[in-house]
Design a protein around this ligand. Structure first.
Ligand code: SAM
Length: 216
């Protein structure tokens, strides 16, 4: 493998660690190059969480995102992350990391296995929502389920959670440069005209969608 290829993940890891240190997370973050969100996406969601001070953050897919958002809530003096995680082993790992950082009060990882759900007439494998508390969401971060599972893997997030989104809720979709995620965003915009969309050219692409406050 050429040196540049082997160094790229290390660079991302270093950037992730640097962001963690800015937040005071100094205990070797569990960053994995292929599965963790890239540092530029992490920075976007961290900056939003610090500025907007969301009360309830829901995320699809736990990991470093959970730790950083939980730490933002701690620094903000309030707020809570609810993370939907389909893999029991990853849920347990994220809970252990939250405990290692003393962030258990700021994030809850819910075991949410993927089950067949019909959304707008099509079947998807998506997170069981039975344990999701009935709360209004101020921020939604979508970094799962993995794209290889099915076409439009992340599409159900908005149809299934739309009624819970607060006016002004901000949605962050990772991996938005992929053709599949671009199609998902187009489908969302067609289904929910009240969404404003901004695309940020991060390494993997980030789509930011905001609920317009004057939605019907
Ligand atoms: C893109 S990952 C989520 C990453 C998380 N948001 C973060 O930044 O660390 C999406 C899902 O992939 C699964 N996953 C995480 N690490 C994995 C691994 N090493 N191998 C296979 N699946 C993994 C987990 O179920 C996770 O929720």
């Amino acid at each position: 493998m050429p040196a540049t290829e082997s160094q790229a993940p290390l660079t991302d890891q270093a950037a992730c660690i640097a962001l963690g240190e800015e937040l005071g997370l100094n205990k070797s973050l569990p960053y994995t190059p292929n599965w963790s969100a890239a540092p530029d996406f992490l920075r976007l969601i961290v900056e939003h969480a610090r500025q907007a001070r969301p009360n309830t953050i829901v995320e699809c897919g736990s990991g470093v995102t959970t730790l950083m958002l939980a730490r933002c809530c701690q620094l903000n003096g309030g707020g809570h992350v609810i993370s939907l995680e389909n893999g029991a082993e990853f849920a347990a790992k994220t809970r252990a990391e939250l405990a290692r950082y003393g962030l258990e009060d700021f994030a809850t990882v819910i075991d949410a296995p993927l089950t067949t759900q019909t959304v707008k007439g099509r079947e998807y494998q998506w997170y069981v929502l039975k344990d999701l508390p009935d709360r209004t969401l101020d921020m939604l971060v979508i970094d799962g389920p993995p794209g290889f599972i099915q076409r439009h893997s992340r599409y159900p997030a908005l149809p299934l959670l739309f009624d819970k989104l607060a006016d002004g809720c901000t949605v962050y979709l990772d991996d938005a440069a992929r053709p599949d995620e671009r199609e998902v965003v187009a489908l969302w915009q067609a289904a929910f005209p009240g969404l404003a969309h901004e695309y940020v050219a991060t390494a993997r692409g980030c789509s930011i969608l905001r609920m317009k406050r004057d939605r019907p």
